[in-house]
Structures are given as structure tokens and as C-alpha cells.
Design a protein around this ligand. Structure first.
Ligand code: FAD
Length: 540
């Protein structure tokens, strides 16, 4: 249990009879002049969500009261008077923080976890979960539009109810967020604090006016949308992946800057919702770090749905044209200026490390602000670790979670797991999706090693044909000498799932022949993976 120390000059008492709805606005008015607010634990148990009331002034909601606090002891919420020592502090409730907290707390350590915004971080609130919920709405709309093709007659024109799309997405996010918050708040040995954490020294953090300290501090602060200094951007309204979450209307014409994962997912979904969509990409192809055949196939199916793609948009600038937003582009072909109703910036992410006081702790970052870590996620400062997107070693939910597994294994389970054991794997959630594992063909070529390649178009995958979803292909690369699978790309229906059969063989360090001889279920996309592996050719 945290020990609250310090001087409390003036303290108010909350009446147990007051309900939550009463106490929040009341607290703002009535308790402003007090250093803290005393609440009897029995009242607290009945009102466990009190500390989540963001309507309260910060000095009244930043401290969590642990369960099991003796009823005799009056609890104090408050600002300057608090000075708390923990065994460990976790900053951020993204994908690494909560799991790590649970492991540390279960081992008996007294842990504080701090969140400045919404529980669950990017994935839960503005990333994977809400976008995949919206992708599902877009897929449903697309399928209904194709209903005649599947023999369904009499389906009227599809019109989106964007408020309903948003409400469904919000409910799915909220379920995840609330579940996480409830889990953390009910966790033994865990204290939840709300506010912006900043280092004051290598062992001490400030949150508003509070100071807390620990000998072990774990940074899981994630990242946010990068807003590049493009000419004219300050003259026009723009959206990011976060503000897109508030969109409950159909933008007539959505201009998207950035032809990579975030831009393509939003682009396809809004096209399917009914918007006109133009994607502006400064490179010569979409998703540039994928192989050229992957980029070309994605461009094909997006254009087939009516998405306009402007590549080589090297000289982007923006201006207002009445109620429209004009984008100037220096393209190899086509008109030099485009106008749309809305603008989405999807040009990458930056780590939330610029407002963390890392200099006061002496923690090193690279040129782009990513915290530098070793193979066990330790920073250069003893007792400080960095996990998830903020360390630049991964940009995905599963990589952040895996960071927490590695740190917990090393600290709690005496199991020396390492970052370098991780195999790169991710998906792009266009329809069809791209599942990726290990090296691309271009990367294998660069190594110069003798390799084998197998490739099969989705038009030759029975399950894809039956579903009338034949865009894409699957591709695998194998070391010609060791027979190890080096990498794979499954761009096609179910590609985000099918990739795991190859990924697991890679983790097992088994030769490709193991999966080539496996008997897969018919009819599935996966059943063609052994077939593809039986048709390998030298990579020339
Ligand atoms: C549109 C979009 C779609 C995505 N889709 C996918 C996908 O399909 N699959 C996938 O694997 N990944 C996806 N990602 C990436 C994924 O969301 C992130 O990689 C993942 O959420 C990173 O988790 P994290 O734990 O590193 O940080 P985050 O989830 O960003 O959490 C960091 C937390 O720290 C808090 N915080 C920051 N600074 C402070 C501070 N100073 N004090 C207190 N709290 C602080 C933040 O409020 C936040 O809650 C997507 C991202 C976006 C933007």
C-alpha cells in the first residue's frame, strides 16, 4: 500500500451519502480551496470509478486509493502533500505496461502505473481496434454492394449510417478500454495514477504536483501521429488517425497524404463507405518497403475500387479554396493541383519522448527521439527500461506486448528472453489483407545467399475462387542450403491468418519440408502453402 506523507494544510471530507454524479461537479466548486479530499474507504468501494472522473481538477483525481486500505485510516487525495515511494513505476497503459505491471505486482512488488489519457493507449483507442472495427463495417458494405454477384436479389443501394459505424467502433474500443482499466484498478499491489508523468531524476517522476519514486522505472509511452512541416498546412484543417476517430459523417472527398499502412486502411474503408478518395504518396510506389510485386498488386485492387492514387507527389503543399482544401503535388504525371473536402495526414508516427523529461534522467534517445535500448530493453540508465513503440524496435501491438514479455521473463521469471529472438511479422488490413513474416524478396536478394522462391496467385487458390476474392498472391523464400524459411508474404483473403503457419515454422527453426509435408484442411487458403513449397524455384 502506498504511504502518503507530507503536510496537509486544509482537508475536506466527502460525505458518504454523496453520489458520484454529485461529487464530481461539487468537488470542482467546493473543494477547490483545499489541499486534499478525504474519503472514507467504505465510500470509495462503492464508488470505485471516482478517480477516473476527468471533470475533477487534476489535484483531486491523480491518486488511486488501494483496495484493502484499513477503514480506520482516512485516505487523502491531493496534490503537493504527496510523496510516494514504489518498488516499480510503469509509465503508460499501452500494450506493454499493463501486462508488465501484472507480472511485477504478482511477484509482490508495489507498482504504480501512470496514464495521462485513455487506458489502453493507441491500439485500443485510436489504432488497431477501432480501425479494424471500421474495416469490418467497410467490408460489410462492400459485400452488400456485391450481393447480386452472389445471387442475392432485391438489395437496395447501400447508404452508410456513419453515426452507427462510429457508435459500433466506439463500443468495441470502450469494452477493451474499460476491461483494462477495471483489471488494473482491481489488481493487488497496483496503484493507478492519472496524469502526465515527467522525469525529475533517474529515480523520481512528477505527475502534476506529486512526486513519486522507484528504483525501477518502465517507459511505455508509445507514439503519436507525425505532422510534417508541409507548406500551407497551417492554413487548412486536417485530420490524423486520432481525430479520424471522431468522424461520424461521410467526407465527400478525402485526400490522404501517405500511401502506407494507415493511409491505405483509411483510404479503402472510406472509399467503401462512399467517399471519393485520393491518396498522395511522395514515393514512386505504395508501401515502399514491401516488394514491388506487393505494391503493384495493392495499387491494382485499390484502383479497381475507384481510389485515385497519385505517386511521386514530391512537392506537397496546401491551400484553402473556398470550403475545399487544395493540395499541390509535383507528380510525374497528371494535374499539378487537387482539391478535396477533407485532408488526412498519414505520414508516420513519432515517439512520445519529447515531453518526458528524459534529459533529467540521462536516458539516451536517437535522432528521431526513440529511446535506445539493448537486447533486453534496458536503456543506458540502470533501472530504466523502455518498451513498445517508443523504443523504435517495433511499431505494432504484438511487438510492444512482446517487449513486456521479454522484460518480465528477465526480471520475474529468471528466463533470459531477448529482443533478437523475435521474428518480424505484421499485417496490413486492406481487403484482401497482407500478412508478412521475416525477410522480403528484396532483402533476401541483398544478402546474396542462394535462395529458393515459391509464388502462387490467389486465382489458383480454390477457397479464394469460391469466395470470389482472388486478388493477390502468396510468396515464400527459403534458404537453399539450410532449407529454413526466410520470409513470406501472403497478400490475399485470409492472408493475416495464413501467414502464421509459415511464421511458426520459422520460430520452430524447422526446415520448410516440415510444412510442405503437412496435410492441411480443404478447402482453405492454407492448404496451398504446402503446394507452393513443393514448387520452389531458384531465386535468380
Ligand atoms: C491507425 C493505426 C492503426 C494501427 N493498426 C495496428 C494493427 O492493426 N496491428 C498492430 O499490431 N498495430 C497497429 N497499430 C500500431 C499499434 O497501435 C501500436 O504499435 C501500439 O499501440 C503501441 O503500443 P505501445 O504500448 O508502444 O504504446 P501506446 O499504445 O501508444 O500507449 C502509450 C500510452 O502511454 C501514455 N503516455 C504517453 N506519455 C505519457 C506520459 N508522459 N505520462 C503518462 N502517460 C503517458 C499514452 O497516453 C498511451 O496511453 C496501429 C496504429 C495506428 C495509429
Amino acid at each position: 500500500m502506498p504511504h502518503f506523507a507530507g503536510v496537509v494544510r486544509k482537508c475536506a471530507k466527502a460525505r458518504p451519502a454523496l453520489g458520484l454524479g454529485t461529487i464530481a461537479p461539487l468537488a470542482r466548486r467546493v473543494f477547490r480551496g483545499y489541499d486534499c479530499l478525504r474519503i472514507r474507504p467504505i465510500w470509495y468501494f462503492a464508488q470505485t470509478r471516482f478517480t477516473h472522473q476527468t471533470t475533477l481538477p487534476p489535484d483531486l483525481y491523480t491518486v488511486e486509493i488501494p483496495r484493502g486500505t484499513p477503514a480506520a485510516a482516512r485516505i487523502c487525495y491531493g496534490g503537493q502533500s504527496l510523496n510516494t515511494k514504489f518498488d516499480a513505476i510503469v509509465i503508460g497503459t499501452g500494450q506493454a505496461g499493463p501486462f508488465l505491471t501484472s507480472k511485477l505486482a504478482a511477484s509482490g512488488l508495489k507498482v504504480a502505473i501512470i496514464e495521462r489519457n485513455l487506458f489502453g493507449g493507441t491500439c485500443v483507442n485510436t489504432g488497431c481496434i477501432p480501425t479494424k472495427a471500421m474495416v469490418a463495417s467497410a467490408y460489410a458494405a462492400y459485400t452488400v454492394r456485391r450481393s447480386a454477384e452472389f445471387g442475392i436479389a432485391g438489395v437496395p443501394d447501400v447508404r452508410m449510417d456513419m453515426k452507427r459505424v462510429k457508435a459500433r467502433k466506439d463500443a468495441i474500443s470502450a469494452q477493451s478500454r474499460d476491461g483494462l482499466e477495471g483489471w488494473l484498478r482491481g489488481m493487488e499491489n497496483c496503484t493507478v495514477l492519472q496524469g502526465h508523468a515527467r522525469f525529475e531524476s533517474p529515480r523520481e517522476l512528477s505527475i502534476s504536483d506529486q512526486r513519486i519514486s522507484a528504483d525501477r522505472i518502465f517507459i511505455n509511452v508509445g507514439g503519436r501521429a507525425l505532422v510534417p512541416p508541409l507548406p500551407g498546412l497551417d492554413q487548412v484543417p486536417y485530420l490524423t488517425n486520432s481525430t479520424m476517430m471522431d468522424v461520424d459523417y461521410l467526407p465527400p472527398h478525402l485526400l490522404i497524404v501517405g500511401g502506407s499502412y494507415i493511409g491505405l486502411e483509411f483510404g479503402q474503408m472510406f472509399r467503401r463507405f462512399g467517399s471519393k478518395v485520393t491518396i498522395l504518396e511522395k514515393g514512386s510506389r505504395l508501401v515502399q518497403h514491401e516488394d514491388e510485386d506487393v505494391s503493384a498488386a495493392i495499387q491494382d485492387f485499390l484502383q479497381a475500387e475507384g481510389i485515385e492514387i497519385r505517386l511521386n507527389a514530391k512537392c506537397l503543399g496546401f491551400a484553402r479554396r473556398g470550403d475545399r482544401i487544395a493540395a499541390t503535388v509535383e507528380c510525374a504525371d497528371g494535374a499539378p493541383e487537387l482539391a478535396g473536402s477533407h485532408l488526412l495526414l498519414a505520414v508516420g508516427r513519432r515517439p512520445n519522448t519529447d515531453d518526458l523529461g528524459l534529459d533529467k534522467a540521462g536516458v539516451q534517445v536517437d535522432q528521431r527521439g526513440y529511446i535506445q535500448v539493448d537486447d533486453q530493453l534496458r536503456t543506458n540508465v540502470e533501472g530504466i527500461w523502455a518498451l513498445g513503440d517508443c523504443n523504435g524496435k517495433g511499431a505494432f501491438t504484438h511487438t510492444s506486448y512482446n517487449d513486456a514479455e521479454i522484460v518480465a521473463a528477465n526480471l520475474v521469471d529468471n528466463d533470459p528472453r531477448r529482443l533478437s529472438d523475435r521474428i518480424l511479422a505484421y499485417a496490413l488490413y486492406t481487403d484482401p489483407p497482407l500478412g508478412r513474416a521475416g525477410m522480403s524478396e528484396a532483402e533476401v536478394r541483398k544478402t546474396g545467399r542462394p535462395a529458393l522462391i515459391g509464388k502462387r496467385p490467389m486465382t489458383r487458390v480454390g477457397r479464394a475462387v469460391e469466395k470470389s476474392e482472388t486478388y493477390g498472391f502468396m510468396k515464400v523464400l527459403v534458404d537453399a542450403e539450410t532449407r529454413a524459411v526466410l520470409g513470406a508474404a501472403i497478400l490475399g483473403t485470409g492472408g493475416d491468418e495464413v501467414i502464421h503457419s509459415l511464421l511458426d515454422v520459422m520460430y520452430a527453426k524447422a526446415p520448410y519440408t516440415v510444412i510442405q509435408r503437412a496435410v492441411h484442411i480443404h478447402p482453405t487458403v492454407s492448404e496451398l502453402v504446402p503446394t507452393m513449397l513443393g514448387e520452389l524455384k531458384p531465386l535468380e
